[in-house]
Design a protein around this ligand. Structure first.
Ligand SMILES: Cc1ncc(COP(=O)(O)O)c(C=O)c1O
Length: 442
């Protein structure tokens, strides 16, 4: 396959930059050569751009489109609801959607909806602080929990008192990507940032500061950077430490939720947090999120001790999307997960063979419905400290080449219910061409 022509996307981008900062709606520190691909429509696991190019899609809109891009069930539910009511009034769908989450997610006894993962995380943090009467939060280097001032980026200069500060370390691309000007001056003062997958680091921190810590906040799989899976016993150890110190354990399942399985990472690994947040796959592509957890903790909202507000929370179109998406995922006892896992494993096997043959420093980590590409000399990355250096730049460059060869990824390969074996075969052919070009260009 020859590289794709993007003339219309380039022209559109030039126009868009005149009216929209950066020409796009969600930005990280982009390199100067960044070119967005403007999509006109999607069918099943394929996307089509305004130049008429076709992509096999593993980005899935950064994760949400778990049913693919033209799910009849989702379209029917949305259209039917739009005909009844498309503005947000208190509606009966909220209860049905909440019940679905309670049915599948181990920690979920009470559920509230919001519109984005960032909002859900903001709310969960507030609830944890209210419940414990404490202030500090433990977060992890390399974990992305949305763009809140207090949760994004940061660098630690004193490991003995790991309160992050503004700035970036050149060899730590997470800090570079999360560094923003305009952050509130004291935003970081209420958090500690340590390495993930290192139980002794958390143990030492809690021993020193446990009495002031409200929450430990983590992605249960470090999906956003390098796709690190939890080390055996790590999540269990964290759970125990949180119990010992009376700290609320929060799993940010914005990506893992309804993607690793119906019950999220907490059901997959058998470790139940106190609170948890969901977005992305939850709504199959609709802007909706949820935060949920143990009744005793979430009751801070019931008592109105805690404000959790939002004009669009529980929006009927979003609720219809949640219900339709979960019903599709539940079908035949969750058979679609078996299919996605099978295809995801085939994809990983093929990609790993290609990497071994052409560039063994590319690795894939994660789980079959969400593989993350990473760069490693040793073949394995456990946490951000294992990934210092500029390897991620190679992953980003290769992702860009994949896009040029008709494969839509960021650094992740997410599977959907709409992927079929022919998609995987074609992906491997396109990926080989991209990989050869990557190697030739170094
Ligand atoms: C793990 C995780 N948490 C939170 C967020 C933020 O979600 P949103 O972009 O919907 O605000 C993201 C987004 O990518 C995420 O991956």
């Amino acid at each position: 396959m020859t590289k794709l022509s993007k003339a219309a996307s380039i022209r559109h981008f030039e126009q868009a930059r005149r009216y929209i900062p950066g020409g796009i709606q969600s930005n990280y520190r982009k390199d100067a050569s960044y070119l967005p691909t403007y999509i006109s429509h999607g069918r099943n696991a394929r996307l089509f751009d305004i130049d008429g190019n076709e992509y096999i899609d593993y980005s899935l809109s950064y994760g949400p489109s778990i049913l693919g891009h033209s799910s009849e069930a989702l379209q029917t539910a949305i259209v039917a609801q739009a005909k009844e009511m498309y503005s947000n009034e208190l509606n009966v769908l909220e209860l049905e959607a909440a019940k679905k989450i309670v049915q599948h997610v181990p920690c979920a006894e009470l559920v509230r909806f919001a519109c984005s993962g960032t909002e859900a995380n903001f709310n969960a943090l507030r609830v944890a602080r209210a419940y414990t009467g404490r202030n500090m939060v433990v977060r992890f280097n390399g974990h992305y929990n949305g763009s809140l001032d207090s949760l994004i980026g940061g660098v630690v200069s004193d490991p003995g008192n790991p309160v992050p500060g503004d700035g970036e370390r050149e060899d730590d691309l997470f800090s570079v990507m999360g560094n923003t000007r305009g952050r509130a001056a004291h935003a970081f003062h209420d958090s500690y940032m340590i390495e993930w997958n290192d139980l002794s680091a958390l143990e030492a921190l809690l021993a020193k500061y446990g009495a002031s810590i409200a929450a430990v906040y983590m992605e249960p799989v470090m999906v956003n950077m390098h796709g690190c899976m939890p080390e055996p016993g790590y999540l269990e150890g964290v759970r125990q430490l949180c119990d010992d110190y009376g700290v609320v354990l929060i799993f940010d399942e914005v990506i893992t939720g309804f993607r690793i399985g119906l019950g999220g990472a907490q059901a997959h690994f058998g470790v139940t947090p106190d609170l948890s947040t969901f977005a992305k796959a939850l709504g199959g592509g609709f802007p909706v999120s949820a935060f949920c957890g143990k009744r005793e903790i979430m009751d801070a909202i019931t008592r109105t001790d805690v404000i959790a507000a939002g004009t669009y929370n529980g929006h009927p179109l979003a609720m219809a999307a949640v219900i339709a998406t979960i019903k599709e995922l539940e079908r035949d006892n969750g058979a679609v997960y078996a299919k996605m896992y099978r295809l995801g494993n085939q994809l990983a096997e093929g990609l790993r063979e290609l990497f071994a043959c052409h560039e063994p420093r590319f690795i894939l980590q994660g789980f079959p419905t969400c593989w993350t590409m990473a760069w490693s000399e040793s073949g394995r990355i456990r946490n951000q400290s294992d990934a210092l250096g500029d390897g991620l730049l190679d992953v980003l460059a290769f992702s860009k080449l994949l896009n040029q060869h008709g494969i839509m990824v960021q650094t992740r390969f997410c599977l959907s219910a709409a992927h079929v074996p022919a998609d995987i075969e074609e992906t491997l052919q396109r990926a080989e061409a991209a990989l050869k070009e990557f190697v030739a260009g170094r």
